[in-house]
Ligand binder design. Sequence first.
Ligand code: HEC
Ligand code: HEC
Ligand code: HEC
Ligand code: HEC
Ligand code: HEC
Length: 192
Amino acid sequence: MRFTLFFAAGVAGALAAGWLLFPRALYQAETQPLQFNHKMHKDKAGTECSGCHELLPDGQFAGIPKLESCAMCHAEPQGSTQTEKQLVENYVKPQREIPWKVYLRQPANVRFSHAVHTRQGGLKCEQCHGGHGDSERIEPFYRNRISGESRNVWGPRMVRAGLRPGEAMKMGDCESCHAGHNVLAGCLGCHQ
Ligand code: HEC
Ligand code: HEC
Ligand code: HEC
Ligand code: HEC
Ligand code: HEC
């Protein structure tokens, strides 16, 4: 009886360590270089997503905007917040690019085209990125200590059921959406 209890406690402890503590130990939190408020830019500056995240006619996606597109407005102070001062003092004046970290960044052997998905496939940003485009704050970036990858590839928990868009993008996540749309992308469609 006592043995069974100890054994059960041991198993429960090991499971808890593996499922709860391991994900915490595996990832290291890194702060983004600056806070960024998507909602404020939509409400106060009225900028469309494409004004900052441009899809060029040749299908190339410009990604996160370069400093020059921020400087367009922030060469003059737009408000009086501390965060805006940091932007001006640390980046705009010294003309230093802001080293943003991309949450959904894929490993180097993956090939991903925004044009295929948004222009050709008509998908919405939220289907893969969740509510990021409407967010008021950005979260820390979590890096996998072993692989160096973003946590948003595997997802924040060991259990993968019930993950929301933007939390994860593993090979299986690309493939399960493709299966629902009858898309066939061979290994070399997604890998280089
Ligand atoms: C004023 C410029 C600006 C506008 C307008 C803007 N963004 Fe952004 N976006 C940024 C900057 C700067 C970042 C990097 C900081 C961050 O992660 O929020 C970013 C990051 C993102 C990311 C993070 C990608 C990743 O995986 O790290 C997504 C998704 C995104 N934007 C979606 C949107 C959507 C959707 C809209 C329209 C509703 C939008 N953005 C409008 C400037 C902008
Ligand atoms: C079209 C003009 C415009 C562009 C382009 C623009 N901003 Fe802004 N930004 C604003 C306005 C307007 C505010 C609101 C100022 C206020 O009311 O405090 C603002 C506020 C901010 C703030 C302060 C937010 C806070 O919570 O205190 C930061 C930081 C910022 N912007 C960063 C950026 C970055 C980084 C870029 C480039 C990716 C950018 N902005 C591009 C107009 C712009
Ligand atoms: C939310 C659904 C969804 C997710 C997630 C998704 N895709 Fe897609 N993908 C599509 C759709 C829909 C198309 C078809 C677009 C069209 O041509 O109409 C497509 C097309 C493609 C194609 C072109 C296939 C062909 O030959 O026509 C490639 C390559 C691709 N996706 C790669 C990826 C990769 C890599 C990922 C994960 C990082 C991914 N996709 C995640 C929906 C998705
Ligand atoms: C089918 C899923 C999907 C859709 C739809 C999608 N994205 Fe992404 N996005 C991704 C993936 C995957 C990455 C990482 C790409 C990589 O690492 O090569 C990414 C990366 C980004 C980034 C980081 C910059 C970079 O280097 O690529 C921004 C900004 C972004 N997306 C904005 C948007 C916006 C804005 C929309 C809507 C117009 C959108 N995305 C629609 C899957 C998607
Ligand atoms: C729909 C897009 C897509 C297709 C099709 C695809 N992959 Fe992937 N694959 C990915 C993405 C995204 C990753 C990176 C995220 C991850 O680790 O799951 C990846 C990761 C991998 C990895 C390394 C990570 C791991 O899970 O071990 C291998 C190996 C791999 N793919 C092989 C293949 C082979 C072989 C095929 C063809 C049978 C294939 N892939 C088809 C999107 C795809």
